[in-house]
Design a protein around this ligand. Structure first.
Ligand code: HEM
Length: 243
């Protein structure tokens, strides 16, 4: 495959992953509303019809694999094309974010594996599986309460308390790991999103600077949105409704 083809695949897989993180961050911000919001939302995702949850998971997994494989192939290709290192190591105008892509990417991969074991598989805290709660019927956009109440069951997994306990002061080092990973995510995306625009052909000279700025704004907005949750738990703004 040509290097242009690889760059295109890398951008396309990156686009899927960025789309996911934006949606995931917006979903997570429901932690700042009533616990019913995130609990109904999680229930709705877990019970999507036609195995859609697994389709989404498969697409994300494929996107991660394609993203990593094309990145490795492009690095090898660049090394072959330029066997001798530059005398001056620092490439012209390269930013900190662009030079650290492979390291931030690798640490993010480790973060994602831990994060899935933490909150999806819950093997880090098997007791999280036992956290159940009654929906309070506060009225959310998900409409799960009505459906469950109709069949006489309003108990769902207490994702709100799970996240609040997972980031509590007792596990401050986990919160710290998340916050550091979110800083690395912001660096990775501030360069990644602007390269993605370039590879997908959305970047001419007029738009170049604007899109670069947009990439930085999106990346750091994601940092603020994601990091606000462990920070709010540590500050006592979000507290578990059960222990
Ligand atoms: C503080 C930040 C975050 C919080 C509070 C959070 C919260 C959660 C929770 C509660 C779940 C499990 C949902 C459930 O099964 O009920 C989850 C799943 C997941 N999160 Fe996050 N997340 C955060 C950041 C991130 C980031 C930055 C990424 C990606 C880079 C990410 C990727 C995922 C993935 C891939 C899943 C698994 C989805 C699935 O297959 O079910 N999360 N997250």
């Amino acid at each position: 495959m040509s290097s242009l083809g690889k760059k295109y695949l890398m951008a396309l897989s990156g686009l899927i992953l960025v789309g996911f993180v934006i949606g995931h961050m917006i979903g997570n911000l429901q932690m700042f509303l009533h616990p019913d919001w995130i609990n109904e939302y999680a229930y709705k995702l877990q019970t999507l019809p036609y195995g859609m949850l697994w389709v989404v998971r498969l697409v994300l997994l494929l996107a991660v694999i394609v993203h990593i494989v094309t990145a490795v192939l492009l690095v090898i290709e660049n090394k072959k094309a330029r066997p001798q290192q530059y005398a001056v190591k620092k490439p012209f105008q390269a930013s900190f974010a662009s030079m650290t892509m492979r390291y931030t990417g690798l640490i993010l991969l480790a973060f994602i594996v831990f994060h899935i074991l933490h909150y999806t598989v819950q093997s880090v805290h098997p007791e999280f599986k036992e956290l159940k709660t009654e929906l309070q019927d506060v009225g959310t956009i998900h409409g799960v309460y009505d459906k469950l109440a109709a069949v006489g069951k309003t108990e769902v997994h207490d994702v709100y308390s799970m996240v609040a306990i997972g980031f509590s002061a007792q596990y401050w080092y986990v919160s710290l790991f998340y916050i550091i990973s979110m800083v690395l995510l912001a660096f990775h995306l501030s360069h990644g999103i602007s390269s993605m625009f370039q590879s997908l052909g959305f970047r001419n000279n007029v738009w170049r600077q604007r899109l670069d700025k947009a990439a930085v704004v999106i990346a750091w907005a994601l940092f603020v949105g994601f990091a606000s949750i462990p920070v709010a738990v540590l500050l006592g703004i979000i507290t578990p409704t059960q222990s």
